[in-house]
Design a protein around this ligand. Structure first.
Ligand SMILES: [Ca+2]
Ligand SMILES: [Ca+2]
Length: 285
């Protein structure tokens, strides 16, 4: 089944770039790894095409170790974006079979409370999930399996076999996840043929003290790291800018002042810049 939904929302691409520049990822040790908010306008672009995600520079949550999975299953990264109508989720795999309802599970903790909801099927998940997305089926309260509805989705490629693959789906914010502004997320890629869970995203998401990510439609207000720190450079790079030039200046440049002696006083002061020699002895002594 291949469904394409044409969005009614249309905004200027320039606004998208500005909004994406405001997106933010905070790195931490253990537990909550990153928070992101990526408002987007696909405009006339098809949201189900991973190339469009790349061209719009929609950030990724941090990558999973390549080859970290087993049994021909490996998750690379997840990317999430939203507009007023939908959440959009892109899952990029190093190895995955065609999208199906047996192997693909996205866990969502929509009240940001690990004490409520399902700790995945094992009871040991890092988050307490109110929803699970099994293939393209949105399930509420996983312990009783309340079917909410089908998600629109696409994948690239559609070729069979365990391959590098992108799976993209959209969740209707009004009819499918009403009132949800933020959620914790993890992803589980199962191998139903081998009968084993073959990769988790993040890697430790299946342990009670394991890692997970947060996506929010709200403004992320975490403090930025110091501009001189290595983490600041990593943060800017995580937003996939077209260009980023780091000047590595840690102390302000001392200005060689040219004091104004006219009636404007200090407001007319200037500065000697590159090429000027000051002070030097004059030709007349
Ligand atoms: Ca992995
Ligand atoms: Ca919960």
């Amino acid at each position: 089944m291949k469904i394409k939904t044409h969005l009614l929302v249309s905004r200027l691409l320039l606004g998208v770039v500005a909004a994406l520049a405001a997106s933010f990822a905070l790195c931490a040790q253990g537990g909550l790894l990153q928070i992101q908010s990526n408002p987007v306008s696909f405009g006339g672009l098809y949201w189900g095409n991973p190339t469009n995600w790349d061209n719009l520079h929609i950030p990724h949550f941090q990558s999973n170790p390549p080859g970290g999975g087993t049994a021909d299953r490996s998750i690379n990264f997840i990317s999430v974006a939203h507009d007023n109508s939908y959440f959009y989720v892109r899952v990029n795999f190093n190895e995955a079979p065609p999208f199906n309802g047996s192997d693909f599970y996205m866990w969502l903790d929509t009240d940001l409370n690990p004490a409520t909801g399902s700790r995945d099927f094992s009871g040991n998940g890092a988050i307490g999930s109110e929803f699970v997305i099994n293939g393209a089926a949105l399930i509420q309260n996983p312990s009783v399996w309340n079917f909410v509805g089908w998600l629109n989705w696409d994948q690239d490629p559609w070729t069979s076999g365990s391959l590098p693959r992108d799976v993209i789906f959209s969740i209707d914010r009004t009819s499918q996840l009403p009132f949800v502004k933020s959620f914790y997320l993890t992803y589980q890629l199962y191998n139903s043929g081998a009968g084993t869970t073959s990769d988790w995203y993040p890697e430790s998401a299946d342990t009670l003290t394991g890692d997970y990510f947060e996506y929010t439609t709200l403004e992320v207000t975490n403090p930025l790291p110091a501009a001189s720190s290595a983490k600041y450079g990593q943060l800017i790079a995580s937003a996939a800018p077209l260009a980023y030039y780091r000047l590595s200046e840690t102390t302000p440049v001392t200005v060689d002042a040219a004091t104004n002696s006219g009636s404007a006083g200090g407001s007319g002061n200037g500065a000697y810049t590159t090429g000027a020699r000051h002070p030097v002895q004059g030709a007349i002594v």
